[in-house]
Each structure stands twice: as structure tokens, then as C-alpha cells.
Design a binder for this molecule. Structure first.
Ligand code: NAP
Length: 473
């Protein structure tokens, strides 16, 4: 998403000498890698679209993953992005030497460039659970982001580990296909109910005829999500309480068996973990062939999963919906900045970046959806669009010949870190739960302010926060 965007915006700004490095053989990022049953985006599609490529054709309010992948590939084709992409070769090293970034790929290709934009995504590297005996399982076992489509599901006994957004979508999609579905829940989740209506032919025709309606739909959703963003960064806001009430009412009204209801009831506040949006998860888990297992997993055996109560849950397929290594970002790529300092050393404790974009000591390297940015129940497309516009203003200073290297200062970074960690304590993510939003200290790493503030700060770089060094090339 962000790489395609960068290519389009760079060309629009008059740059024609750029390359997009893509380690896979096709475009699509997370929507290419994730192909699990039930995959969809829980950000409404008319918001989860490039603002310059709104489409009247979305089939549903929350379009399925396949449709989103086709959308990105279509936009890339329309903007002739593919001819700038070097496919099937992974970038493994970027080193700053004499004011230029020297790039090296896994296939031994070398390039020298002035600027690097890391559009490598947030949740990319699967996190595999450390469960004893996983390799001994006689059936098929795979991570949700590496779905094995040749494994038969119809009539199979399927186990799913995890209860995040992914596991919830898989559960709803699979329960009516499989003989038995066993969901292994370590932590219960709050579920926000949201219907997913189809757009009628008339609605789509109307969007086609009146592009201003399409724009209005996008802008209204963007505003609604800004309100949500204001709520989560102020744990005591009335909006936050409304969200909690809606989740609680959903649990109370949807789950009939009081014992099951209590096992599904989280012991932390709604939206502390990323809020899960689902119209039908509670229905799915109450089907006669579904079972919620809350006993701790102690190991995997050839026949299935053993829980702490001694029970063996016999399975044919085991899906690990156990999330991603959210602190990896562009790593394992080796990145060496000024004075031979490596990013791995700078990020040894935890990743951080000034305004989620720049790392002091790594000039002319900019991130899209980097650490400390607005993540969560948002459109990361909107985030990336604002960031690209900001980065292009920095790159314009290089193009003008004002300097050869531009990067955030250590002072700007330190100030941002101090303000960010202070603000993080007031967010709902810090109200007592475990989640991928938290860093090694338990401090939320995500943007702790409103989305309006992010928009405001992305308007133009603060010149005092940057050092622009070196003369004309
Ligand atoms: P996740 O939210 O990190 O959830 C991972 C799940 O696996 C959690 O329930 C976790 O339990 C469980 N788990 C991990 N290790 C385990 C272990 N050793 N034993 C038992 N359980 C274990 O991952 P995800 O569901 O893939 O979602 C990640 C993020 O991707 C989401 O938060 C969201 O941002 C994004 N996403 C978005 C959509 C969308 O529709 N837009 C869809 C899917 C994913 P604990 O809670 O106890 O840690």
C-alpha cells in the first residue's frame, strides 16, 4: 500500500528516477500475504482507499481481502507503477556512505541512492508461539498469514490459537465448513458489533454518477474515525465510555449461556487491546460444533493440543493466529547510518522515530507507518498519505540543493519521546492489558494524541527539528 503510494506521489512531484524494491513477485503487501478464510478489512472500504483513487465499486462496507488486493493492484496498474518495481529480490542492506545510501539485495544487486523511503509495513513478520511439541503435530499446522490452501478444511477438526482480529474473522468464516472448531483463548476480547451490508447496484451507480457522494462518504468516515481516535487517547472521555457500553451490550445480548458469557468477558477495558469488529463472532462461537477452550495450552502432541486440565483436543488442522512481531519494521534488513552506527544498535531496546518518520543519525531515510505512529482502528492509508506529503517536503530541500543530508535532530527526537511517553499514560491502551501496542516497558508505542494533531503536525516539517547538512552535490 505504502510503496505503491510512494511511487505515485514521487512521480506526481516530478521525480522519475526511483525504484520500488519488492521481495515478492507481486504487489499487495499484507493483502497479498494474508489469504485466510474470512479475511477482510475492519476499516470501511470507502475510507480504506487512497484519497486520490476512491472507487464506487466496493462490494461491501468492509470489503473482503481479495477485493482489497485487486484494488491496490488496479491502482498500481492505472498509475503505471509496476515498471518501477524490482520484483523478487529482497533488500538486505542499506548503508550511508559519503552522503548516499548504498543498497544491496539478496541476489547481489547494488544501487546507490540519495533517499530511502521504508514502506515495509507494520505487521509483517509472523509471530510463532513458543508451544512445546508444535513440530510433532501430525496434522497441518501453519500461521494465519501463511495459509496453506491445499489443506482440506471441509469436515475437518480445526483448532485456532488466538483471539485477535484474525482469529475472530477465521472463526466466523470456518465454523460452518468444519466438523469441529476449537478456539484456544488465552485472553478474552471485547467485540464491537458492526453489520457488513452489501452495496446495491443502485448505490454503486449513484457513486459512479456523483463522485462528490463518494468523496463525502470518504470524508465522513474519516471524521468518524477521528472521533474514535480522540476517544482512545483519552481513556476517560464520554466517547470511550460509549464504545465500552456498546461492547458490553453486545456480549450481554449475544451470548446466551451465562457460563460461556463469563469466559468470553474480558477483565480489562474495551479498546485497551485493539478493538475487534465483528458482526457474527458470538454467533459462530455458540454453534454446536464450536468450542471455546480457556484452559492454558501446555503442549502440542501428534494427535492435537493438550491443555492444563489434562484434556487432549484432537485436531486435523491447527491454525496459529498468534499475531506479528510488531517491533521489527524494516528489519531484518541491516541499516547502517552515520558513523557506521547500525539501526539494530539504535533500536536495541525498542524502535522509535521522530513523528514516526525519521531516526536521528539516519539522514535521508524516511519511514511510512514507522514506530510511534497512529495505528489501531484507523486507515493506515490516510496515515501514509500524510507522511508521504511531509517526506516530499524534506526531499524537496535536497532537490533544491540546499543540502545533501536532511534528518531529525537528536534534540527533536528526545523531546518527542518525552512528550509521547507522557501522553501515552492517558490512553486506553495503558489501562491494564497486554497487547502489541505496548513496548518492552509496557508503555504504549502508538501515537498517543488525536488524529487531528497528527494531521496538523504532518502539514509541514518544523525547520528547527531538522538538520540540513552538506553543500550542493
Ligand atoms: P494479535 O491481535 O496480536 O492476536 C494474537 C492472538 O494470539 C492473541 O489472542 C494472543 O493472546 C494469542 N497468542 C499469541 N501467542 C499465544 C500463545 N503462545 N498461546 C496462546 N495464545 C497466544 O494478532 P492478529 O489477530 O493477527 O491481529 C494483529 C493485528 O493485525 C490486529 O490487531 C490488527 O491491527 C491487524 N488486523 C486487522 C484486521 C482488519 O480487519 N483490519 C484483521 C486482522 C488483523 P493474548 O491476547 O493473550 O496475547
Amino acid at each position: 500500500m505504502a510503496g505503491i503510494l510512494s511511487a505515485i506521489k514521487l512521480r506526481e512531484a516530478g521525480y522519475d528516477d526511483f525504484t520500488v524494491y519488492e521481495k515478492a513477485d507481486s504487489l499487495g503487501g499484507t493483502w497479498r500475504d494474508n489469504t485466510y478464510p474470512g479475511l477482510s478489512c475492519d476499516v470501511p472500504s470507502h475510507l480504506y482507499s487512497y484519497s486520490f483513487a476512491l472507487t464506487p465499486e466496493w462490494s461491501h462496507r468492509f470489503a473482503p481481502g481479495r477485493e482489497i488486493l485487486e484494488y491496490f493492484q488496479h491502482v498500481a496498474r492505472e498509475h503505471d507503477v509496476e515498471r518501477c518495481v524490482r520484483f523478487g529480490d529482497e533488500l538486505i542492506r542499506c548503508e550511508l556512505l559519503d552522503g548516499r545510501w548504498h543498497l544491496e539485495t539478496a541476489h547481489g544487486h547494488h544501487d546507490d541512492v540519495d533517499v530511502v523511503i521504508a514502506a515495509t509495513g507494520v505487521l509483517h513478520h509472523p509471530r510463532f508461539p513458543d508451544i512445546p511439541g508444535l513440530d510433532d503435530f501430525a496434522g497441518a499446522v501453519f500461521h494465519s498469514a501463511r495459509w496453506e490452501h491445499d489443506v482440506a478444511l471441509d469436515g475437518a477438526r480445526v483448532g485456532i490459537v488466538g483471539t485477535g482480529s484474525t482469529a475472530v474473522q477465521i472463526t466466523s468464516a470456518l465454523v460452518d465448513r468444519v466438523a469441529r472448531l476449537t478456539l484456544f483463548q488465552r485472553t478474552a476480547q471485547w467485540i464491537m458489533p458492526q453489520e457488513n451490508p452489501e452495496y446495491s447496484d443502485e448505490q454503486k451507480a449513484s457513486f459512479r454518477e456523483h463522485p462528490e457522494e463518494l468523496r463525502r462518504a470518504h470524508d465522513q468516515l474519516s471524521e468518524a474515525f477521528s472521533i474514535f481516535a480522540r476517544a482512545i487517547v483519552d481513556a476517560d472521555s464520554p466517547e470511550m465510555h460509549m464504545i465500552e457500553d456498546a461492547c458490553r451490550a453486545n456480549l450481554e445480548s449475544s451470548v446466551r449461556d451465562p457460563e460461556l458469557r463469563e469466559r468470553l468477558r474480558p477483565d480489562y477495558r474495551a479498546a485497551c487491546k485493539r478493538l475487534i469488529i465483528s458482526p457474527d463472532f458470538y454467533d459462530a462461537i455458540q454453534r454446536p460444533n464450536a468450542e471455546l477452550v480457556t484452559e492454558k495450552i501446555v503442549g502440542v502432541e501428534p494427535a492435537g493440543v493438550r491443555t492444563a486440565d489434562g484434556r487432549l483436543h484432537e485436531l486435523d488442522v491447527l491454525v496459529l493466529a498468534t499475531g506479528f512481531r510488531a517491533d521489527a519494521f524494516m528489519r531484518p534488513m541491516v541499516i547502517v547510518g552515520r558513523d557506521g552506527i547500525s539501526l539494530d544498535d539504535v533500536w536495541a531496546k525498542r524502535p522509535s522515530a521522530y513523528l514516526s518518520i525519521c531516526i536521528p543519525g539516519f539522514p535521508n531515510l524516511f519511514m511510512l507507518n514507522g514506530p510511534n505512529g497512529p495505528v489501531g482502528n484507523f486507515s493506515l492509508i490516510e496515515v501514509a498519505e500524510l507522511q508521504v506529503a511531509y517526506i516530499l517536503q524534506l526531499v524537496a530541500r535536497l532537490r533544491s540543493g540546499e543540502c545533501r543530508e536532511i534528518g531529525a535532530t537528536h534534540e527533536a527526537m528526545a523531546r518527542f519521546e518525552a512528550e509521547r511517553t507522557e501522553a501515552a499514560t492517558k490512553t486506553v491502551w495503558a489501562t491494564g492489558c497486554q497487547s502489541w501496542y505496548l513496548d518492552d516497558r509496557g508503555i504504549p508505542a502508538a501515537w498517543p494524541w488525536s488524529f487531528d494533531r497528527f494531521r496538523e503536525l504532518m502539514r509541514e516539517p518544523d525547520p528547527a527539528a531538522f538538520e540540513c547538512t552538506g553543500g550542493e552535490r
